[in-house]
Design a protein around this ligand. Structure first.
Ligand SMILES: *[C@@H]1O[C@H](CO)[C@@H](O)[C@H](O)[C@H]1NC(C)=O
Ligand SMILES: *[C@@H]1O[C@H](CO)[C@@H](O)[C@H](O)[C@H]1NC(C)=O
Ligand SMILES: *[C@@H]1O[C@H](CO)[C@@H](O)[C@H](O)[C@H]1NC(C)=O
Ligand SMILES: *[C@@H]1O[C@H](CO)[C@@H](O)[C@H](O)[C@H]1NC(C)=O
Ligand SMILES: *[C@@H]1O[C@H](CO)[C@@H](O)[C@H](O)[C@H]1NC(C)=O
Length: 415
């Protein structure tokens, strides 16, 4: 009698103790692990940003809301893309915002919905991508593999912002500096006098491209080891994913102009000299870019195309990111992008995207006044490239043309 009673007391006490442990444990997990804040912290470490005052005071104890957040994060049916914001003027809406931990600031209130044609445009681009991914006439290496089979180092172009639940796949030569700036502002990874930098254009150029400023997916591997892929998949499911693309040939012209037509010592040494040696009969090219420019020597656009078509090139090393195909950088058949921007419609798309991400009260897309490479110059640029080479080049970039809905440039390919 006595022992059985004692036993019952033990069981009750033991259970209570376990529950207590679980609560404490979740409390910890909820705060420090689920919301992996961007690990980068350039400059001096300073106490964290003051959190804006919480609107509600009568909140449930923190462990309960953490469990809530945990459950929401993983179990809530994935809606994929967030619906367009309805003006958040009811208190129910803002409760929801807080519960989902999305932005810590109020959403901007829009009186007019996103234009129907913009929504339609996104719908079509996403649909095209899906169709092309299952269409067997679009063939490229790695198309059929699963996400798990993508090597970690090939995930280095996916920038993650846990604060807002955003993943951006950056494609060099497609306004990527400006989008990287926006990701830095959103993730608050650059502090100035202890306060996050809010102006995208105030971020110096060299910092924008410094990988220590960005939490890219391949860094997960170093942090989470064998759990990395699993965590990535959860984030890919829950977060809003976007990328920006442009006409593939125009992108190549832009890459050439930016890396070979203007002085760039790094690219001259890594690629320019190779181009001159291999395709311009220059066995001993000038040692530095200044010397080369002084002598009026630089690789031509045609040399550049020859380099891209040369099978030796990829045997040595994979294409540099500035001319690597988008399907290799961003894995559009493994990752279901919620938003596909085109540089050709950059301003409209940027506005639409920032609104869809519900951060248009935090950042604005910087307008660019640079001399953009225009599609109308394409024919001029390719006039020095033999037609046969143009066709081969099209084959090399055909998946990008088709996945993202760029017309086959017949006026360049048939002469
Ligand atoms: C990137 O930033 C880190 C820390 O801010 C610095 O140590 C490193 O030298 C930078 N790298 C480049 C290539 O500028
Ligand atoms: C919140 O929504 C519930 C139903 O979903 C409704 O009964 C309630 O009145 C709403 N509260 C406010 C403050 O709008
Ligand atoms: C695949 O693409 C080709 C060329 O665009 C098209 O003719 C064909 O109908 C597509 N097939 C499917 C199954 O959608
Ligand atoms: C991908 O799978 C399709 C059939 O499902 C096949 O026809 C195609 O050859 C495969 N492509 C590659 C690159 O393995
Ligand atoms: C832009 O650059 C092209 C060639 O690099 C040049 O022909 C054109 O005049 C420039 N336009 C402006 C507005 O600077």
């Amino acid at each position: 009698m006595g022992t059985s009673r004692m036993f019952r007391v033990f069981v009750v006490l033991g259970s209570a103790f376990m529950i207590l442990l679980i609560i404490i444990y979740w409390d910890d997990v909820g705060v420090s692990h689920l919301y992996l804040h961007t690990p980068v912290s350039p400059g001096p470490k300073v106490p964290h940003v003051p959190v804006p005052p919480q609107p509600q005071t009568s909140r449930t104890p923190s462990f309960l809301s953490d469990i809530d957040a945990f459950v929401n994060q993983f179990l809530e049916p994935g809606t994929g893309e967030p619906t367009d914001p309805v003006p958040p003027d009811t208190s129910n809406q803002s409760d929801k915002a807080e519960e989902r931990y999305v932005p810590r600031r109020e959403w901007k209130i829009h009186l007019s919905p996103v234009a129907a044609e913009l929504r339609e445009r996104q719908e079509q681009r996403r649909k095209l991508l899906q169709e092309m991914c299952i269409n067997d006439s679009v063939v490229f290496p790695g198309k059929n593999r699963s996400f798990d089979d993508i090597p970690n180092k090939e995930l280095d172009h996916l920038i993650v912002d846990d604060r807002h639940g955003i993943i951006y796949c950056y494609v060099p030569k497609v306004a990527c500096s400006n989008w990287k700036r926006i990701m830095i502002v959103l993730s608050e990874s650059m502090l100035r006098d202890g306060v996050p930098q809010r102006d995208p254009l105030a971020i110096p150029r060299d910092l924008v491209h410094n990988s220590s400023m960005h939490f890219t997916f391949n860094k997960f591997w170093k942090r989470y080891g064998k759990f990395a892929k699993h965590l990535m998949k959860v984030k890919l499911k829950k977060y809003t994913k976007f990328l920006f693309v442009r006409d593939p040939f125009v992108r190549l012209i832009s890459a050439y102009r930016n890396k070979f037509e203007i002085r760039n010592d790094d690219f001259y040494r890594r690629f320019g000299q190779v181009l001159l040696r291999r395709y311009a009969n220059q066995p001993t090219p000038p040692a530095s870019v200044d010397e080369a420019f002084g002598l009026g020597i630089h690789p031509s656009f045609s040399h550049f195309i020859q380099y891209l078509l040369d099978p030796q090139t990829e045997k040595d090393t994979p294409f540099n990111e500035h001319w690597r195909q988008v399907y290799r950088l961003c894995h559009p058949c493994q990752i279901q992008y919620d938003f596909v921007g085109h540089l050709e419609t950059a301003e409209e798309d940027a506005e639409h995207l920032l609104r869809q991400l519900r951060v248009d009260n935090v950042v604005e897309f910087p307008t660019s006044h640079r001399n953009l490479t225009a599609s109308s110059w394409e024919a001029d640029w390719f006039s020095t490239v033999p037609v046969e080479a143009r066709r081969e080049l099209y084959k090399l970039y055909e998946p990008d043309f088709r996945l993202f809905g760029y017309n086959k440039p017949d006026w360049i390919l048939n002469e």
